[in-house]
Design a protein around this ligand. Sequence first.
Ligand code: AMP
Length: 396
Amino acid sequence: MKNIDNYDFRNKKVIVRVDFNVPLDAQFNVTDDTRIKATIPTIKKILQGGGSVILMSHLGRPKGGPEDKFSLRHVLGDLSKKLGMDVQFADDCIGESAHRMSAALQPGQVLLLENLRFYKEEEAGDVGFAKKLADLADVYMNDAFGTAHRAHASTAVIARFFPENKLFGYVMGGEVSSINKVLKEGHKPVTAILGGAKVSGKIEIINNLLDKVDNLVIGGGMMFTFIKAMGGKTGNSLVEDDLIETAKSAMGKAKKLGVHFYIPTDAVIADQFDNEANFKTCEAGVIPDGWMGLDIGPKSVAAIKEIILSSSTLLWNGPMGVFEMDHFAEGTIAIAKAIAEATQKGAFSLVGGGDSVAAVNKYHLSDQISHVSTGGGAMLEFIEGKELPGVAAIEA
Ligand code: AMP
């Protein structure tokens, strides 16, 4: 199987879909360069292998035509500095300038194309547009995991023009192999820890994971729907009454499959949704009216920690409480630290999807986790068991 490490890039022009959708300030300076930094090893690998690189990306949400505030020209300086070389820029991703500049590109050189989403054909997955992009290069590489769940021209459709010459970059390859390490090749016991606000956003994840894990730990706001489903009193906690039956059937499925479904037994409750509110610890099923659960309690932390430390494979998505408020962050911090500790002892850990990634970054633990995913929505769809068009297009 061809991959970035064994492919012969000599004299090849490689068009790479990257995710340079970075935040910019009012002066168009890049304020968070994580995504640019992440692609540097991929670009350098191609250059060192004797190839040239044509980079394409989207930036922001242009309305379907060129807009200076969404120009990829704004990332050029940052990218050049990180690569330690000049990067050329084509002010259109297709058409005369892109053609001329890519045709003249020499091994060792890098060309950045203008924002793909200046053409509505990009998000429409237009085949003609994908063909025009494909005509610029000999090899297609996808390194934009954040858009892998979209069947856009540059993320999926273009791959058909490179049946023998399509590859994952390092970012994409790392994400795909990490999730496979958990869901397909996970060493037992496999534990998933799910938190966040609502059951509604996570039900497909729960259903998919139940077939694959030994332990499923529920925390965050969504635990209260499960606690109510078990007959507990949840006070003013976040509860989705219309999902009580769904919660019951998930617990029933877990029982049938022999999955240990852990629901917290205590909670930190508050009399308002506010860091300055009165707060105390309480058994999870007896929350008084007027009080709401905003974090998991110390007994639950200890129990979850034990599950984590006896697991060989860990997947974490969603905070255990309202970690944005210091008084309700303890549960999330403890779980993040336990995952880091288990990883140090040899477990494989994957943290993915939005707020749990923000949490490990906030507590400076990201380098103690085996893999921290960069793709929020894409990672969630992957955990839901959906086929990602960007992944499937390369693997097909
Ligand atoms: P999600 O996007 O579904 O992963 O939810 C993340 C959000 O869930 C964070 O902003 C947390 O503050 C919030 N959250 C976690 N626990 C609770 C809770 N017990 N009550 C309300 N919101 C919560």
